[in-house]
Ligand binder design. Sequence first.
Ligand SMILES: *[C@@H]1O[C@H](CO)[C@@H](O)[C@H](O)[C@H]1NC(C)=O
Ligand SMILES: *[C@@H]1O[C@H](CO)[C@@H](O)[C@H](O)[C@H]1NC(C)=O
Ligand SMILES: *[C@@H]1O[C@H](CO)[C@@H](O)[C@H](O)[C@H]1NC(C)=O
Ligand SMILES: *[C@@H]1O[C@H](CO)[C@@H](O)[C@H](O)[C@H]1NC(C)=O
Ligand SMILES: *[C@@H]1O[C@H](CO)[C@@H](O)[C@H](O)[C@H]1NC(C)=O
Ligand SMILES: *[C@@H]1O[C@H](CO)[C@@H](O)[C@H](O)[C@H]1NC(C)=O
Ligand SMILES: *[C@@H]1O[C@H](CO)[C@@H](O)[C@H](O)[C@H]1NC(C)=O
Ligand SMILES: *[C@@H]1O[C@H](CO)[C@@H](O)[C@H](O)[C@H]1NC(C)=O
Length: 461
Amino acid sequence: MFPTLVSRAATALLLGGNLVAAIELNIDDATSIKNAAATIAYDMMTYYQGNQSGGIPGVLPGPPPNPPNGYYWWESGAMWGSLIDYWHFTGDASYNDVIEAGIQWQVGEHDDMMPSNWSASMGNDDQGFWGMTAMSAAETNFQNPASNQPSWLSLAQAVFNTQAARLEIETLCGGGLRWQVYQYLTGYDYKNTIANGCFFNLGARLARYTDNATYASFAEETWNWVTNIGLMDAQYNIYDGAHVETNCTDINKIQFSYNMGVWTLGAATMWNYTNGSAIWEQRVNGLLNATFNVFFPDDIAYEVACESKLTCTTDMYSFKAYLTRWLAQTTFLAPWTRDIIMPKLRASAIAAAEQCSGGTNGRTCGLSWSKGTVWDGTQGVGQQMAAMAVIFTNLIPLADIGPPLTNATGGTSAGNPDAGSQSVANPAAIKPATEADRVGAGILTTLMLVGATGMFGWMSL
Ligand SMILES: *[C@@H]1O[C@H](CO)[C@@H](O)[C@H](O)[C@H]1NC(C)=O
Ligand SMILES: *[C@@H]1O[C@H](CO)[C@@H](O)[C@H](O)[C@H]1NC(C)=O
Ligand SMILES: *[C@@H]1O[C@H](CO)[C@@H](O)[C@H](O)[C@H]1NC(C)=O
Ligand SMILES: *[C@@H]1O[C@H](CO)[C@@H](O)[C@H](O)[C@H]1NC(C)=O
Ligand SMILES: *[C@@H]1O[C@H](CO)[C@@H](O)[C@H](O)[C@H]1NC(C)=O
Ligand SMILES: *[C@@H]1O[C@H](CO)[C@@H](O)[C@H](O)[C@H]1NC(C)=O
Ligand SMILES: *[C@@H]1O[C@H](CO)[C@@H](O)[C@H](O)[C@H]1NC(C)=O
Ligand SMILES: *[C@@H]1O[C@H](CO)[C@@H](O)[C@H](O)[C@H]1NC(C)=O
C-alpha cells in the first residue's frame, strides 16, 4: 500500500510538475528544439478548424466580430508561411498536406490570392502576406501542387503583378501602395509601410528567384518612395503610414516589429541579388541597428507599441513571428549578419520557451518573452506562432538548413510572368476613385478615424 501511494504521489507530482513547467528547451540541442517547436505548433493548430467537416479550408476562425477574438484572413496566410518554414527547419512534414490544401483553397477566382469572400477586409498587405507565403513555398521547394492548380511561384508573381498595376496609377504622395485594395474600404486613403514592405520584399525575392531585373527595379522604386516620404527615416526607423489627404505628410509614428523584418529581409535579398552591392549592405546594417535598438531590449524581441500594457490587437500578437523568421532568413542571404542576428534569436527563444507556461495545459504561450516563466495571461495563434518561429530558427547553427532556392539552384516551382493579368483587367479592383467618390470616401474615413484615434482597431491589416 504505502509504496503504491508514494509512487502515485510521485507520479502526480511529476505530472503536476510538467503542468507548471514551461516548454522545455535546451537551445544547444537540435532534438530539444524540434520537440519544443513541435509541441507549440501542435497547440497552435488546435485553433485551425478548416480541415474539419463544415470548415473553410485555409482560414482560421474569424474575422472578428465573429467570433470576437477571431482572425483576419491575412493571419491565416501568415500562419501557413510560418508552418512552411517550420517544416523547412525541422523536417517535420506532419502539416504539409494541410498547408498545401489550405493555401490552394484560398487562391481566389483569378489565382491571385484575392478570394472574393474576403473583399470586405482586403488590404495590399493581406494579399502580400499570402504572396510571401507562396514565395517561401517556392524558395524551400515545398511540395508542388497538382499541375491543374496554380504553382507557388505563379501565385507570388500574381500578387506582385496585381500590386505593380495598382502602383502604376498612383499619383498622390508621389507613389506608394495604398493600404486597402478597394476604394470602398476604410483605409483606402492610407498608405502604409507594411503594404509597401510586402511588395518590396516580394519584388526582391522574385528578382533573385527568377533573375528578372523588372522585379528588382520595382523594389528599388518602393525603397526610394518609403525613404523619400519619411516613412523610413535616416536612422532606419520605420513608421506605420500616412494619409493621402495630407500628401502623406501626417506620418503616424507607431513602430511595429514586422516592418523591420519585412524590410530587412528584402534589403538582404537585394544585397544578395546584386552580388553584394555596397549600398544594400549599408541598408541591411542600418536596418539591423534600428531593429536591435528598438525591438530587442536585453536581446529579447519586444513589440514596443503594445507589449508593455498588453494592448496589442490580435494581429499584433503575431508580429514577432515574422520579425524572427525574416531575420533568420536574412542570415542565409547576407552571411555576415549571422553573427549579429543569432545571439538575439537565441536569447529570444530561451525567453519565449519560458513564457510558454500558461493556460489550462500549462504550456500556452504568452507574448511577454521578457517576463520569463510568469505567463502574461494572453493566448492565441499569434503567440504560439511567434514562440514556435523564434525557437526553430535556432536550428541554424545545429542543422543543415538550405538557403532560399532560386530557379537556378534547384527551385522547381514553375513560374508564369503574366500571372494575375486577368485580375489586373478587372476595373472594379483598380479603377481610381472619381474626385466625388474620393472626397466622399475621405470624409467617411476621417469621421471613422476620429472615433478610433488612440486605439489600434482600425489599424488591423
Ligand atoms: C486536420 O489537420 C490535422 C493537423 O493539424 C490532422 O491531425 C487532422 O487529422 C486533420 N483532420 C482532418 C479531418 O483531415
Ligand atoms: C467562401 O465562403 C463560402 C461560404 O461560407 C465557403 O463555402 C467557401 O469555401 C469560401 N471560400 C473561400 C475561398 O474562403
Ligand atoms: C506630394 O508629395 C510628393 C512626394 O513627396 C511630392 O513630390 C509632391 O510634390 C507633393 N505634392 C504636393 C502638391 O505637395
Ligand atoms: C520579367 O518580369 C516582368 C514583370 O512581371 C515580366 O513582364 C517579364 O515578362 C519578365 N521577363 C521574363 C523574361 O520572364
Ligand atoms: C550576379 O552575378 C552573376 C554571376 O556572375 C550574374 O549572372 C548576374 O547577372 C549578377 N547579378 C547582377 C544583378 O549583377
Ligand atoms: C547569396 O546567397 C546564397 C545562398 O545563401 C549564397 O550562397 C551566396 O554566397 C550569397 N551571395 C553573396 C554575394 O554573398
Ligand atoms: C545605430 O543607431 C543609433 C540610433 O539611431 C545611431 O546613433 C547609430 O549611429 C547607429 N549606428 C550605426 C552603425 O548605424
Ligand atoms: C528555370 O529553369 C529552367 C531550367 O532549369 C528553365 O527551363 C526555365 O526557363 C527557368 N525559368 C526562368 C523564369 O528563368
